[in-house]
Design a protein around this ligand. Structure first.
Ligand code: ARG
Length: 463
């Protein structure tokens, strides 16, 4: 950018001394918010169209400003734009450049607006499109999960509570649990748009403006649902930022839970899943190692996102109305969290394509830990009309017996079983069969094969 008389701060007439370079460096946000240039120019274009429609600026000036703004957009897109820390942020960098391109009339662009409404207009537009981007990434992950689930409907594994064998489940059913989480995430992100979708532009610094502006017009132009109702609240409000950060945190938390689980399952102790070489790393000293680094990254990074949510909550805590510099940090936090989450979703999608169940081992573990005990209790209720509590006690005694004899439930003889419950017949042995066990959970949402297929079909139809 050529040097000219405009090369001083916008408030240069009022504030005679320049800030120290330290203050400029700390106070400026241009390195962070320059990525809002498209949103900022979009907002300015809508604003000047509106100013012209309302006869606040002339046709000629409007066109000049539009010409300048379009040129600036091209310059920034083509990396031909020189950002200057002295002009603090993206709004003033663009305005300053507009002066250079079209001269004094650039000064009309800021009629009836302030950076306070400008910055949140930009950020809202940005978060809205980031939301759609996240949701389309989640769609991809959902698709990959369903694909893996489809291949594993009949893969039987132990389901855990307290990380102890609980009941047998299908690996597909387990995977479809992720799909539920990601569907909720998508919905949570979309729900946020309801509150976000109010146009801040035109509330100006904090009290509105005396110009006869048309906020409904810019609302439409910028794709918002309606204008915000209260100018003071508008410039102070960062709830939409918190909502976004919260949704990111929840989604990251889901990913971290899955990551942790896969790390455990991949451990040599469990050995329930295999990770392909594409997603593991080696050790610098231990030649045998294949470490699940990427899963550990996913587990760890959720912590950064919680931290970002807490930073923003803390910035907002006790902050009086309306605008304060404290708020300037919101963008860095949002961009960082968004980056971490989108990376995490992409990484997780890769991981899904590179894991395979160790079916033999899954079955082996599922066959230990008396996993069909509940099935036996249910059987006693159904077959011998026992109250569930009594059936539970009988089964516990059978488990104790098996443990004492160092046998699995299905290795106990009928005689041994009959010692505890004389009514039992040879038929009871079928309840110890894991496939029967999984397939018997036909209640809505359960792990029966038919249920899983229904859910897979349902979610495949959704997208
Ligand atoms: N760069 C500022 C921010 O991000 C824009 C708003 C500045 N407003 C002000 N009154 N200093 O928050």
């Amino acid at each position: 950018m050529a040097k000219n008389k405009n090369n001083q701060a916008i408030w240069g007439n009022r504030i005679k001394n320049n800030n120290s370079t330290l203050f400029q460096r700390i106070g400026s946000s241009i390195d962070i918010d320059k990525r809002l240039f498209k949103e900022d120019i979009k907002g300015s274009l809508a604003h000047v169209e509106m100013l012209f429609k309302q006869k606040i600026i002339s046709f000629k000036i409007k066109n000049k400003i539009i010409f300048g703004l379009n040129k600036i957009e091209r310059e920034i897109s083509n990396q031909k734009f020189e950002f200057n820390k002295k002009f603090e942020d993206i709004h003033m960098n663009i305005e300053k450049r507009l002066f250079q391109i079209i001269g004094e009339e650039a000064g009309f662009v800021h009629t009836g607006r302030s950076r306070n409404d400008q910055v949140i207009t930009d950020l809202k537009i940005w978060i809205k499109s980031a939301t759609y981007e996240i949701n389309s990434l989640l769609d991809k992950v959902i698709k990959s999960t369903i694909k893996l689930a489809e291949k594993n409907i009949y893969t039987i594994m132990p389901g855990f509570t307290h990380l102890k064998n609980a009941q047998a489940i299908s690996f597909a059913h387990y995977l479809m649990a992720y799909v539920e989480m990601f569907q909720r995430d998508k919905k949570r992100f979309l729900n946020n748009l309801e509150n976000l979708d109010e146009n801040p532009l035109g509330v100006a610094a904090l009290s509105g403006t005396s110009f006869n502006i048309d906020r409904n017009y810019t609302t439409k132009k910028l794709g918002f649902k309606k204008p915000t109702n209260n100018s003071i609240d508008t410039v102070s409000d960062r709830d939409f930022v918190l909502d976004f950060l919260f949704s990111i945190s929840v989604c990251s938390m889901h990913i971290s839970r899955i990551a942790e689980e896969l790390i455990i399952w991949n451990s040599d102790g469990f050995n329930l899943i295999n990770l392909s070489d594409k997603i593991v790393t080696g050790s610098s000293i231990m030649p045998q190692k294949k470490n699940p680094d990427m899963l550990e990254y996913l587990r760890g990074k959720s912590g950064n996102n919680y931290g970002n949510l807490f930073s923003m909550l803390t910035i907002m805590k006790g902050l009086p109305l309306s605008y304060f510099k404290d708020l300037q940090d919101d963008k860095e936090i949002v961009f960082k969290s968004n980056q971490i989450l989108t990376d995490s979703i992409k990484i997780f999608n890769e991981i899904l394509k590179n894991i395979s169940p160790n079916k033999k081992r899954m079955l082996e573990i599922a066959n230990s830990g008396y996993i069909t005990a509940t099935d036996l209790a249910d059987y006693l209720v159904k077959k011998h009309s026992m109250p569930f509590r009594k059936a539970y006690q009988k089964t516990a005694s059978i488990v104790n017996l098996a443990e004492k004899k160092k046998k699995k439930l299905n290795q106990l003889s009928l005689e041994e079983l009959k010692k505890i419950e004389p009514k039992l017949t040879i038929e009871v042995l079928k309840v110890f069969d894991l496939t029967n066990s999984v397939n018997s959970k036909k209640s809505y949402g359960g792990t029966s094969f038919a249920n899983i297929k229904k859910m897979i079909t349902k979610y495949k139809k959704l997208k």
